[in-house]
Design a protein around this ligand. Structure first.
Ligand SMILES: Cc1cc2nc3c(=O)[nH]c(=O)nc-3n(C[C@H](O)[C@H](O)[C@H](O)COP(=O)(O)OP(=O)(O)OC[C@H]3O[C@@H](n4cnc5c(N)ncnc54)[C@H](O)[C@@H]3O)c2cc1C
Length: 479
């Protein structure tokens, strides 16, 4: 039987941030993830905003952690070589009723210690954001709302954790937990058992299922779906800021913002569902995005959509972010209710949990040889002509463009496959280096990416999967 000190269940933003945080200590840490790759479920299908917490419910753990997390991103993203931009958000009001809501929103921000929210006049907002509906009456500016590459964020956290000795058991599902004398002893998986002293449940939508293995499921989780459009980089109507509607009781509403890579992101919906696997998009949801976002940005051109997707927020019932340890079950940490701000607060949740474990008596001496930084794959398209020439001279594969939409080279794809926790699937390559993320969505480069994955891994092309087992992309030879 495998043995480790700490098992983290789930390699989404929360599990990956935890893995990196715990890798700073002299501990043996194992992450068990049911998917074939790190990056989670909700963590790869969200609005990709690093929130300030201006609108969180004051006095809650969520508010505390999201507010604490935001300032950490400059250093983390620099250390891990992840794209991150503090572009700021605007919250325009279009009628008197919305104008009357602004002071309460600003006051809530102050209660959450987000002191840099500012009023803006209609003229100021229109200067900042020329595509805004000219009927705007005024609004708020939240300067530290930021955007990130959510895929690379999780991947980089996990990679750095692995470089610091964390083991990742991918494509491995937790199916039970054993306890003895009031303490956890073993994680049972579909690939065998792992003996451990500590278990951290970071299973997102399925955290209630994991909690049920130890009788700590005094809550349940339902999915709240959010559908989105991604628009082509060349769309004529673009925004400079994250443009947010005045929130309602149910949702922060549908926004429009640039992505880290120059596309426009429009959405999401907020639909309460029952099926935790239903990530479909539908006409009704997409039309509701169009109707709502046009009120703020009348010229938004949804015909420039290159893809649509949906993500599922883990709605805890009763609601709220909870991080629990138990007197009658030593060594077990239950994280639940990581819902709409989990991408942001993951890094603070990780520090909070590490502290909780150490306070509870876990022996954790800091490492003296912790590797703080990670070097990402070169962004070929963003290099100068001299830098490109230098890279190609070192490795000719950087001269072979595979994904024409995003100008992604064979060298980048090989790096994505061959680095720590490298890509094993077509989606894995896409999320690491963006091959297939462009206008044609992999129509041209897909077959070539399959060939490269097969060659680099020494497998047959028909074994290459889109993502998880059973998603092989080729069915056989035609000729
Ligand atoms: C539409 C939408 C928009 C959002 N926008 C934002 C935003 O702009 N900013 C922000 O901060 N947050 C946002 N969020 C929230 C954020 O995406 C989530 O809170 C966060 O990603 C949750 O991370 P996680 O690690 O808890 O969950 P996940 O990413 O879902 O990861 C959980 C992992 O656990 C694994 N797992 C589950 N069960 C098992 C098992 N039995 N065995 C092994 N592994 C298991 C899963 O496979 C998964 O990989 C948004 C969410 C959605 C859906």
């Amino acid at each position: 039987m495998k043995k480790t000190d700490v098992v983290i269940i789930g390699a989404g933003a929360v599990g990956s941030a935890l893995a990196r945080e715990l890798s700073k200590y002299q501990l043996d840490v194992t992450v068990v993830e049911k998917n074939a790759d790190v990056g989670g479920d909700s963590s790869k299908s969200n609005s990709a905003i690093i929130h300030t917490g201006y609108d969180a419910k004051p006095g809650t753990l969520e508010s505390e952690l999201v507010v604490a997390a935001n300032p950490m991103y400059d250093e983390i993203c620099k250390d891990l070589d992840i794209p991150f931009k503090r572009i700021g958000a605007i919250l325009p009001a279009f009628n008197d009723e919305q104008m009357e809501q602004l002071p309460a929103i600003k006051h809530k921000a102050m209660q959450n210690r987000v002191y840099d929210v500012e009023y803006k006049t209609a003229a100021e907002l229109l200067e900042m954001e020329p595509e805004l509906n000219p009927e705007v009456k005024g609004g708020l500016f939240i300067p530290r709302e930021s955007i990130i590459d959510p895929f690379l964020f999780c991947i980089a956290l996990a990679e750095n954790a692995a470089d610091n000795g964390v083991h990742f058991e991918l494509a491995t599902k937790v199916i039970g937990i054993e306890q003895k004398d009031g303490a956890v002893t073993t994680v049972k998986t579909d690939k065998g058992d792992i003996e451990c002293k500590y278990i951290i449940n970071a299973a997102g939508l399925y955290c209630d299922e994991i909690a049920s293995f130890v009788g700590k499921n005094d809550y349940y989780v339902t999915p709240r779906k959010g559908q989105f459009y991604i628009l082509d980089k060349k769309t004529s109507c673009k925004v400079n800021y994250i443009v947010l509607p005045i929130p309602t009781k149910v949702t922060k509403g549908k926004l429009m913002c640039p992505t880290m890579h120059g596309n426009m992101l429009v959405g999401p919906t907020a639909e309460d569902m029952l099926d935790k696997e239903d990530k479909s998009t539908n006409t009704e949801g997409l039309e509701s995005i169009a109707a709502d976002v046009r009120k703020m940005i009348p010229r938004v051109n949804l015909r420039d959509s290159i893809t649509q997707y949906s993500g599922l927020r883990a709605q805890r019932n009763p609601e709220g972010l909870n991080i629990d340890m138990y007197d009658d079950l030593k060594g077990y940490v239950n994280i639940s209710g990581v819902r709409s701000t989990g991408l942001t607060n993951s890094v603070a949740v990780a520090k909070y949990v590490a502290d909780l474990l150490i306070e509870s008596g876990m022996k954790a001496e800091p490492k003296t040889d912790f590797i703080k930084t990670r070097k990402g794959t070169p962004h070929f398209a963003e290099l100068s002509a001299e830098e490109k020439a230098e890279l190609i001279a070192k490795d000719a594969r950087y001269g072979n463009v595979i994904c024409r939409c995003e100008t992604i080279t064979e060298g980048q794809i090989c790096d994505a496959i061959n680095r720590t926790l490298g890509a094993r699937t077509v989606d894995g390559v896409k999320r690491r280096v963006r091959a297939g993320m462009g206008r044609c969505q992999g129509g041209f480069c897909g077959p070539r990416v399959i060939e490269i994955i097969a060659r680099e891994l020494g497998i047959s092309p028909d074994e290459v999967c889109k993502n998880n087992e059973g998603s092989e992309m080729l069915t056989g030879f035609v000729r």
